[in-house]
Design a binder for this molecule. Structure first.
Ligand SMILES: Nc1ncnc2c1ncn2[C@@H]1O[C@H](COP(=O)(O)OP(=O)(O)OP(=O)(O)O)[C@@H](O)[C@H]1O
Ligand SMILES: O=C(O)[C@@H](O)C(=O)CO
Length: 426
């Protein structure tokens, strides 16, 4: 197997978002959980996305995981490695986008890396270095209330500089509109100024195609699935990947009980849970009790689901409003609360799978990471797209017959997302 592209994703929903964009562009893509064991049989593929849960861990741990994956991906033949971060640049001033980008760039021996989290299809655009979520600057969007990485500055040049050893510059829209040669010249000028990272503006997919062409002349870049799309299109246009390839599988029937779990507290997910209440039984967990008495609270959820699974899908949610999240965090601490709630959701998932669930929808990147790790699923191949950035995933390398999952990024999906997902997971 010789890979055209190797990717390292900082969370699991982000990984499936990227894998979806690569597959849609025609790259035969597999998503692995971390670096796979040597024994895992992989089909003939063009791209691998190694999914990690390193968005909100200490920077040194994120760097170590990313470097281990980089070594493995280069060993598989990857000429370019993309570090996949969130389209809303979720991170803190302590990391991890800056430290991981610095480390991958140093390892690759590159003077500068393109950093671009735009994803126009999902409303993430960048102008003069400022990230917009729909019509709102990042710091006015719901991301200002994120439970783990509240984003309070829309200027990505500043945000990245605070967490990087490298100087950070800007490749503005005018330069990108002038084409790949102009972008390459701007990057060279930034290197002369001593910069090691360049935030790139993006308004539309055509900008990403230009950036993709330039990124392919470097060994490493950092971005969201928009940059992945740009790189994938550049690979197809250059003939390095066959344009005839088809990246995604069609609809496959798995059957059996289905369940949904939500740990995301994003505005989008809160709306989707409210909508799901119209069509399936929904249990709202007591987040504080998940922290203080996790076994009892998760047992309550398992019993709730077990009683109802025979009749149709159920949804179990820990999700709370910003005020509820703030209250839980004030009482128990942000990280302790987050970890305890994630562990509870993972325990519920494990129990539901033991009761026959083979169709599972999970909302939230950290939540998905905890669930997929507990279920010990080593890899996924891509199925149909449910919503921009959210594909159906077919588990690879597990016992007990076929299983499909959807791992939804907190902010993605229509209000009817849970019903939309289950429709494509028959
Ligand atoms: N009621 C709650 N109070 C406090 N924290 C919560 C509550 N419910 C969930 N959490 C925690 O909030 C965090 C939500 O992060 P998660 O990554 O799962 O969702 P997200 O950030 O919306 O999704 P994404 O990363 O895909 O954008 C998790 O650590 C989860 O355990
Ligand atoms: O890029 C995004 O917004 C998503 O793929 C994601 O990373 C959410 O966790």
């Amino acid at each position: 197997m010789t890979l055209a592209l190797g990717c390292i994703a900082d969370d699991y929903t982000g990984a499936s978002d990227l894998a979806n964009s690569l597959a849609k562009a025609g790259l035969r893509t597999v998503q692995t959980i971390g670096v796979p064991d040597a024994g895992l049989a992989l089909p003939e593929i063009d791209a691998i996305v190694c999914a990690f849960k390193i968005r909100s861990v200490p920077a040194a741990d994120a760097v170590a995981a990313a470097l281990q994956a980089e070594t493995w991906l280069r060993g598989q033949g990857a000429g370019h490695v993309l570090y996949k971060v969130c389209s809303t640049f979720d991170s803190t001033d302590d990391g991890n986008i800056g430290p991981v980008t610095d480390a991958l760039r140093a390892r690759a021996g590159e003077p500068i890396a393109i950093v671009n989290s735009a994803f126009p299809e999902a409303g993430r655009t960048i102008y003069q270095g400022h990230l917009f979520v729909g019509a709102l600057p990042l710091n006015e969007s719901p991301l200002k209330d994120h439970p783990l990485n509240p984003m309070t500055d829309a200027n990505l040049v500043r945000v990245l500089a605070r967490q990087s050893r490298s100087g950070v510059g800007l490749v503005d829209r005018k330069t990108i509109a002038a084409g790949a040669a102009a972008v390459a010249a701007r990057l060279a000028a930034l290197v002369q100024e001593g910069k090691g990272a360049a935030i790139a503006d993006t308004i539309e997919d055509a900008d990403l195609e230009t950036l993709g062409r330039v990124a392919m002349t470097h060994r490493v870049s950092t971005g969201a699935s928009g940059l992945g799309l740009g790189i994938a299109r550049a690979l197809v246009a250059s003939g390095r990947v066959s344009a005839a390839a088809t990246g995604t599988a069609g609809l496959e029937v798995v059957g059996g009980p289905a369940a949904c779990l939500a740990g995301s507290c994003s505005q989008a997910t809160l709306g989707q849970i409210a909508e799901a209440e119209r069509i399936m039984p929904v249990l709202r967990l007591d987040a504080g009790r998940l922290v203080t008495d996790g076994i009892a609270e998760t047992d309550r959820a398992i019993a709730f689901a077990a009683e109802r699974l025979g009749a149709g899908p159920v949804l179990v949610a820990s999700s709370g409003t910003p005020a509820e999240v703030a209250a839980v965090q004030a009482k128990f601490g942000r990280d302790a609360a987050g970890h305890a709630i994630e562990a509870g959701m993972a325990r519920i998932a494990e129990a539901l799978v033991a009761r026959g669930v083979r169709r599972l929808v999970v909302a939230g990147g950290e939540t998905s990471g905890a669930v997929v790790e507990r279920l010990a699923i080593p890899a996924f191949r891509l199925g149909p797209e449910i919503a921009p950035g959210v594909p159906v995933l077919h588990a690879l390398g597990i016992a007990g017959g076929p299983m499909v999952l959807a791992l939804k990024s907190g902010n993605f999906g229509a209000p009817t997302f849970f019903a939309d997902a289950l429709k494509l997971m028959p």
